[in-house]
Write a protein that binds this ligand. Sequence first.
Ligand code: ADP
Ligand code: MG
Length: 411
Amino acid sequence: MIESLLLNFLFLLFPVLLFLIFFENKLHTYNKNILILLSSISMVLCMAFPIKLEIGFIFDLRFVPFIIVALFGGYKYTIPLYMVLNIYRTMIGGAGILQSFLFSTIIFMLVPLLSKWFLRQNARKRILWAVLVSIFTMVFYLTSLAAQLPVLDNEFWILTFNALPTYTLVMVIIMILIEKIIDNINTLKSSIQSERFNVLSDLSASVSHEIRNPLTVTNGFLQLLNQSKTLTADEKTYIEYALLELKRAENIVSDFLAFAKPQSENMIYSNLKEETEYVKNIITPYANMHQVDLHYTFTNSLSFKYDKNQIQQCLINLYKNGIEAMKEKGGVLTIDVSEQKKDIVIKIEDNGVGMTKEQVLQLGNPYYSTKKEGTGLGMLMVYSTINKINGKILVDSEIGRGTSFIISIPV
Ligand code: ADP
Ligand code: MG
């Protein structure tokens, strides 16, 4: 009994282990179908080598991977497991095929319902709920078994006292491992990202400053030259072009400067009211041009310390993206600044073109842009600024429906 129990436990560990070894450092690039395949294999192995009790009853842990996939993946990912389970069960044959089919169908229909809600919980709650669901499933299974038995003899109770604790314990262990892996992946991801921002901000600060001075000097001399009376018309045009291009270079440099570390002369302690209003005012002509209405509400009373220029630039980038997303059909850009407990919450919502899940994941990657004349630096700047003030950005987007950015800043 102990041996077959350990063997089953090994089958369940197998997908977790393989995932750890091969995919943990690949972050989000691995194929989700591999996880489905691994879970299916572990489920089939559990069924092929069930735990045999001395009294003759057998049970297996097939519902551990099944429930985990149902909770994390929802219907879409549970369907293949559901099919594998029933096909394999039919191949094994013997009594109880119909019961097994009905039972797995009920679990298949009910458990994935929880998935969306489950994914929003924190790690502890997820462990707790996965365990509760598996206890509930087991109790349900045992009750339906009891209903078929003429009398509840000793054997039934032996099965109960073996199966129930085993399911619970195994579920606890597997879920703790899974949550630990998720936690490691998240830590790795955020440390890579903040490393990237650090490099970017150091580099852009030094380079931009160094380039800006020669640009200013060149600009000055060109303007002096431009006033000379001996210039031909052609020469004057060349100088005009040179000046225009210099202006462009200066703009790019100041965009990059926005990535730099906050500058002490720009630091203020305030509640964002001035900045959000200022940015709303300067963006209004741009919105009108694209038939976009701005709805602005401000109810925040919390203050914190921030770099005024960077926050303004960050808001401009977000507003501009929202407006650009609606430029085909017009729409409404809603800006709402409020407080929630000890967080300032900035919500920027548009009803424009929206993004797919993959596109949302790309946000903030340097040079990622889907626009003809886009730079792909806007969102990078937004993420780097919000990261510097320890804020969090939540993106909710749907193709054709629009996008909402919810930024919460702890004070
Ligand atoms: P750019 O605006 O120059 O393209 P950004 O970094 O500002 O660069 O944005 C990157 C990409 O993210 C955009 O090209 C667009 O595809 C997408 N994006 C950003 N904000 C939105 C939004 N509100 N709605 C739809 N797509 C958006
Ligand atoms: Mg942009």
